[in-house]
Design a protein around this ligand. Structure first.
Ligand code: ZN
Length: 163
């Protein structure tokens, strides 16, 4: 019996631990078009994201996380969703996931895949930053690329000022 996540029911806990133990998207990506590094100082979590972009879509994605189970699992779940998505689609997913984490009504009909398993994290405000770290890091990278074609944002991302 794993008692680390009493807020997550057993089925969801298994999904989270599966991603934690075998993170998806943890791979080398040669010559990424966009990359970024993010930190969650509250928990000590770290993430690196790298993307290959083609014709306005994410053609390949790598996510390396180090930290608590929720941050690693969330990054792994994110990695599974990225390929084939446009930046606009990623923004909608990010907004839907943020809404879920902050217990606000979100856009209907968005498929968050395994991220649904993290819904119980909304009851743990300090862990919400763990769950959002990879997303914030990715969103900052895509914004820098869209706004000025930057390979990476001017500064690494942090969850420090996240709501
Ligand atoms: Zn954490």
């Amino acid at each position: 019996m794993d008692s680390r996540f009493p807020e997550l029911d057993a089925l969801y806990r298994d999904v989270v631990l599966d991603h934690y133990r075998a993170p998806r998207g943890r791979k080398a990506l040669a010559d990424p078009d966009v990359e970024n590094h993010g930190m969650n100082p509250v928990c000590g979590d770290e993430v690196r994201v790298a993307l290959k972009l083609k014709d306005g879509q994410i053609a390949d994605a790598a996510v390396w996380s180090r930290g608590c189970a929720i941050s690693v699992a969330s990054g792994s779940m994110l990695a599974e969703l990225l390929v084939g998505k446009t930046s606009a689609q990623v923004k909608r997913l990010h907004e839907a996931f943020r809404s879920m984490m902050h217990d606000r009504p979100g856009e209907e009909g968005i498929d968050l895949g395994d991220l649904e398993a993290l819904e119980g994290v909304k009851k743990l405000p300090v862990r919400v930053k763990c769950a959002l770290l990879a997303w914030t890091t990715l969103a900052d990278a895509l914004r820098a690329w869209e706004e000025n074609g930057a390979h990476r944002p001017a500064a690494p991302s942090t969850t420090e000022h996240l709501e």
